[in-house]
Design a protein around this ligand. Structure first.
Ligand SMILES: *Cc1c(COP(=O)(O)O)cnc(C)c1O
Length: 461
């Protein structure tokens, strides 16, 4: 089909919108390993998990068998406010690169929270409301998740308590104020409001906090208040499930024009956006119907897939959450000051970890200056100012398009553009001023993280 028949933006009609999420675990022969109770090393049961998470979300977390799960009407209604998100043909970027490759990106930044995270936030808030809860607690690092959850909670009239890593709370006052605009209570972490916060403050006075500590505070806060549960913005299988709305829309849009991608690329922090984007395509591969190349892109400074171990590990630094089997750098690993805050997690979704382990997906790590070069190149021709996280995918999409230029292959590349970068201008400033540094941890730097991985029979690193 000649290029020009394909519009710049492919949208779906309301009648073409997905009405079910797709659960890729149903088609996996090797299921992701179950979450373990760290005390007993037995799989977490429904009863154990429901004291922390909403009941329906626990059911989704434990569901390895149903391929399709209905999206409740209320969530579909909310999705209509900002979905479908456009699938854009990057004609301008193709021209700039002079590549024969055809490049498409699925843009998730068209909502106030500025990223894909709203797709799961609204689902999690909905199930909390259904259960008659008063509110939810969570942590946020860079602030995208907290923002998305604030929006979702205000829609359903739920109380939203966000523990925001103190350094971000102070450095990103605008993010904080967006959350407060949507009615969330934002507390810098560590705080005096929880036991674990008080303990950490006593042991490390003046600490600027960490994601692991904020998680521990949010979990404690949920358990200390009647009618509250804790919610998480990535990593868990339930979150990946909600994010399949991205991949289902992408597939429907491509199918409309008989476009078959050769490769699908996405950035991987905790893995939910990439997992959501590739799930429907991965399903076809798992069922033996099609073949695609999938590429996960991560920062060279936090290389969980490319340099991590595939073992059971803690999900949080405070070690209050269950053990998950995943590619991990160790829950004690502290990445260097990389500007893609959303990609600084030490582990990876156990679904993606299993698929990667079984050879269904590739992974690449990229350095941040080359990521910002790609971001700027993209912004100047495609108009959108991308988030640093999303720009990891742009980097590899451009690299692949340039390879096509050398070989003359007309490959079709699809990548996930997870969000916008308006709150990341300090990072762009550093890049423009030539003050941005690349940092690749040495094996020695990674060792303390690996040493902190729990040791028990069958969990050798
Ligand atoms: C959180 C975030 C990511 C990372 O998403 P995961 O689903 O955890 O991999 C990527 N891009 C943006 C813009 C984000 O906010």
């Amino acid at each position: 089909m000649p290029n020009k028949e394909i519009p710049y933006k492919i949208y779906l009609e309301e009648s073409e919108m997905p009405r079910q999420w797709y659960n890729v675990r149903a088609d996996m022969k090797n299921k992701p390993a179950p979450l373990l109770n760290p005390a007993t090393l037995q799989p977490m049961t429904f009863e154990e998990l429901r004291s922390v998470f909403c009941d329906e979300l626990v059911r989704q977390e434990l569901n390895d068998t149903d391929a399709y799960i209905d999206i409740p009407d209320e969530i579909q209604k909310f999705y209509k406010m900002y979905r479908p998100s456009p699938l854009v043909r990057a004609y301008c970027l193709e021209e700039k690169l002079q590549t024969p490759a055809k490049i498409y990106y699925k843009f998730e930044g068209n909502n106030t929270s500025g990223s894909h995270k709203l797709n799961s936030a609204i689902a999690q808030a909905y199930y909390a409301k259904q259960q008659g809860l008063k509110g939810v607690t969570t942590e946020t690092g860079a602030g995208q998740w907290g923002t998305a959850l604030s929006m979702a909670c205000s829609y359903f009239g739920l109380d939203c308590q966000v523990y925001m890593v103190k350094v971000s709370y102070e450095q990103k006052p605008f993010r904080r104020e967006v959350m407060r605009t949507y009615g969330a209570k934002v507390t810098p972490s560590p705080s005096e409001t929880t036991e674990v916060g008080r303990r950490i403050l006593q042991e490390h006075p003046g600490t600027s906090g960490s994601l692991g500590c904020a998680i521990s505070e949010a979990v404690e806060a949920a358990q200390a208040q009647e009618g509250y549960r804790y919610v998480l913005g990535s990593v868990l299988s339930q979150v990946l499930l909600h994010q399949t709305i991205i991949g289902l829309e992408t597939k429907a849009a491509l199918d409309k024009y008989d476009i078959v991608p050769d490769m699908i690329i996405g950035c991987a922090g905790g893995g939910s956006n990439l997992g959501g984007l590739i799930s429907p395509f991965m399903g076809e591969v798992l069922r033996g119907e099609k073949n695609y190349k999938f590429i996960a892109v991560e920062p060279a400074s936090c290389p969980s897939l490319t340099r991590g171990r595939y073992v059971y590990d803690f999900c949080d630094t405070g070690k209050v959450c269950p053990l998950a089997k995943m590619y991990t750098l160790g829950s004690g690993f502290i990445p260097s000051a990389n500007h893609a805050g959303g990609l600084r997690y030490h582990g990876m979704s156990s679904i993606l970890s299993q698929l990667y382990h079984d050879g269904y997906m590739e992974a690449r790590s990229v350095e941040q200056t080359s990521v910002f070069q790609a971001a700027e190149e993209f912004a100047r021709v495609e108009g959108i100012l991308p988030a640093p996280e999303s720009s990891h995918a742009i980097r590899v999409a451009i690299d692949e398009a340039l390879k096509c230029k050398e070989t003359g292959e007309e490959k079709t590349i699809v990548f996930g553009l997870t969000g916008t970068g308006y709150f990341d201008m300090v990072a762009y400033e550093k890049f423009h001023n030539g003050e941005m540094r690349d940092y690749i941890p040495t094996d020695e730097d990674l060792k303390p993280g690996f040493d902190g991985i729990p040791k028990f029979p069958g969990n050798e690193i």
